[in-house]
Design a binder for this molecule. Structure first.
Ligand code: KIV
Length: 264
């Protein structure tokens, strides 16, 4: 049966964890979907993973639409979430227009990076039938404001602020919250504070779902390996088995383990 936003809500209500992965093409999407991954994200990480840029900023709407349509063709029942690329939601009007393009290409939900300034945009999108995931914490489109890719929410003031933002974005209509690179205790507090399913990456074991970049969990990313990444292909010689092992580990909450987690 196809995964919908209701499926993710049911996971949260039952205290069970769901698995998400990025994917950018039809073949991988079919394999990922058939392995039981609940959510496929067409991340703007494709700017780094596929295109070789050193940030996600150069990714365009046309490129996102192209990759969403590829993923939609391969998908076998996962929920398809599409990133809105840098500055494609700078105004409410541009967000509506660009989100509609991603939904027409096959997305079931769009993801936006930012904090309380996105409230009006999220309300406008969700009132017009576009489900939204709000991405908080280390939001890679803000790399030049953050001065690098750094763990966010480390001090109490920043942590309180992130909890407040998550609650405000949920109240504005966000259907899902995604937390990237935040200390595990903070992620746990946010997952408790909101009713919406919370997906984590580098956010510890207590979020409602987990996500990784596909190339990272297959151990084929070049360069520095982030702490939160586990290579699931290291223990098998089959991509399909590695994907199933990831879904199982997330479901059993054996991934992420201590060594993948930021404590503070
Ligand atoms: O672009 C992306 O792949 C993402 C994930 C890292 C969550 O936003």
């Amino acid at each position: 049966m196809a995964v919908t936003i209701n499926t993710l809500r049911e996971f949260k209500q039952k205290g069970e964890a769901f698995a998400a992965l990025t994917s950018y093409d039809a073949t991988f999407s079919q394999v990922v979907s058939e392995a039981g991954v609940h959510v496929i994200l067409i991340g703007d990480s494709l700017g780094m993973v596929l295109q070789g840029h050193d940030s996600t900023l150069p990714v365009t709407m046309d490129q996102m639409v192209y990759h969403v349509s590829c993923v939609a063709k391969g998908n076998r029942g996962s929920l398809i979430m599409a990133d809105m690329p840098f500055m494609s939601y700078g105004t409410v009007e541009s967000a509506l227009e660009n989100a509609a393009e991603l939904m027409r290409a096959g997305a079931h939900m769009v993801k936006l990076e930012g904090t309380d300034w996105m409230k009006e945009t999220i309300t406008a999108l969700t009132e017009r039938a576009v489900p939204v995931c709000a991405h908080l914490g280390l939001t890679p489109q803000f790399v030049n404001k953050f001065g690098g890719y750094k763990v966010q929410g480390r001090d109490e003031k920043a942590a309180e602020m992130m909890i407040e933002h998550a609650c405000e974005l949920e109240a504005a209509g966000a259907d899902v919250i995604l937390l990237e690179c935040v200390p595990a205790p903070l992620a746990a507090r946010i997952a408790q504070a909101v009713k919406a399913p919370v997906i984590g990456i580098g956010a510890g074991p207590d979020t409602d779902g987990q996500i990784l970049v596909l190339h990272d969990m297959l151990g084929i990313t070049t360069g520095r390996k982030p702490r939160f990444v586990k290579n699931f292909l290291a223990e098998t010689d089959s991509v399909q088995e590695a994907l199933k092992a990831y879904v199982k580990a997330v479901g059993e909450r054996t991934f992420p383990a201590e060594e993948h987690t930021f404590k503070a």
